[in-house]
Ligand binder design. Structure first.
Ligand code: EPS
Length: 360
């Protein structure tokens, strides 16, 4: 089993990911991981924070001379901005006079962020104790983990790619307009995975279903409010005769003439391209704040204003790609096993010899 645990606050010292269950012998390319980290930071409409951060991966354990050891892999991405928050985000009781950012308690929760429900749930007086972990900053280290998953998937010919669709949050003019009006934007992203063989995931239990797993993976990303697989919501308006993908046999074995199912039937991959789309809500930190209530005084007020993105749709495309890659790698590891990378690759090869299917 592949497992991923992350930790880290937005303005804390570092973000951490621990990955277990990777086969031994997988070659990791530092430049490829860093390239994904850079892609996540780019995109129009990001916060000035992105000029401060130059994300790069550090590996603390589980890798030797660029190859996985089959032991837990520990990844770190540093928060360069932490130096401005050293007192405010000190893990231990800070010494000396308060200085830098984060020294005053946040008591005006932002509608749309985890601020209020987080403070209520955990009994927090300073909303910062909720927002720091709820922040999408933590997606940086998830992207590093996704890059590792992509390396594993590429060994069996699977490639995953996410893109922002041409919606408001991915359009420079609309982003400029929203920024001028002190507002924010959401948008839609699409992730496609090619080369996925039939048989990943299962209908055996709802936890096994690949579509359920991909939806959960996407919903686990900050600001995602909707997910669809294949034609998703549009299928609801079609007749059965129009909605399903007919089966043909060609030189590549059993395939479909269309792909409205987005490559998944009955919770199992069917050999066609996996297609997942997700809707991102407009970001909740507004320079023209919405109404809130001061949790200290109970008086009405305006929500917290702090530096933020106008749009992060292009970042979500990269983060979604990483989440889909991670989930597909988990299902592939379940299906093909493998303490050693060679075992994993050989099991995939022998499986393809059994089924009547070759990637397009
Ligand atoms: C975020 C708020 C902003 C974003 C942050 C996510 O934080 P800051 O105020 O420090 O700029 O920049 O995203 C990142 C730091 C990142 O690397 O993606 C939030 O509240 O979710």
């Amino acid at each position: 089993m592949l497992t991923l645990t992350t930790a880290g606050e937005s303005h804390g010292p570092v973000l951490v990911a621990i990955l277990t269950g990777l086969p031994a012998g997988l070659v990791l390319d530092r430049a490829a991981i860093d390239a994904d980290l850079r892609r996540r930071q780019q995109g129009y409409g990001r916060s000035p924070r992105q000029q401060l951060e130059q994300d790069e991966v550090e590996v603390l354990a589980g890798l030797r001379h660029g190859r996985t050891l089959g032991t837990p892999l520990a990844l770190v991405v540093r928060n360069r901005d932490h130096k401005n928050w050293a007192w405010g985000m000190s893990p231990w009781p800070p010494e000396g006079e308060p200085e830098g950012k984060g020294t005053k308690a946040v008591t005006l929760p932002r509608p749309g962020h985890a601020d209020l429900p987080g403070a209520q749930k955990f009994g927090l007086e300073d909303v910062r104790d909720a927002l720091e972990r709820a922040s999408a900053r933590q997606t940086a280290v998830s992207v590093a983990a996704g890059a590792v998953a992509k390396a594993l998937l590429s060994e069996i010919g699977i490639a995953v790619r996410g893109e922002a669709r041409a919606e408001a949050g991915a359009d420079k003019t609309e982003v400029d307009e929203a920024r001028a009006e002190r507002d924010t934007l959401g948008g839609v992203v699409e992730v496609r995975a090619r080369g996925v063989p039939p048989g990943l995931g299962s209908y055996a239990t709802k936890e096994d279903r690949l579509d359920a797993r991909l939806a959960a993976a996407f919903m686990g990303i900050q600001a995602v409010k909707g997910v669809e697989i294949g034609e998703g919501f549009e299928l609801a308006d079609l007749r059965g005769s129009e909605a399903h993908d007919e089966i043909v046999r060609d030189e590549r074995g059993l395939h479909r003439t269309t792909n409205r199912a987005g490559g998944i039937e009955g919770g199992v991959s069917n050999g066609e391209e996996i297609v997942v789309r997700a809707a991102m809500k407009p970001l909740p930190t507004l320079m023209q704040p919405l109404a809130s209530v001061d949790l200290e005084t109970g008086e009405p007020g305006e929500a917290l204003v702090e530096r933020s993105d106008v749009s992060a749709v292009e970042a979500l495309a990269v983060v979604g790609e990483a989440a889909v890659a991670w989930e597909l790698a988990r299902t592939a590891r379940e299906k093909f096993g493998g303490d050693a990378l060679g075992d994993f690759v050989a099991a995939h090869k022998s499986y393809l010899e059994r089924i009547d299917w070759q990637p397009r």
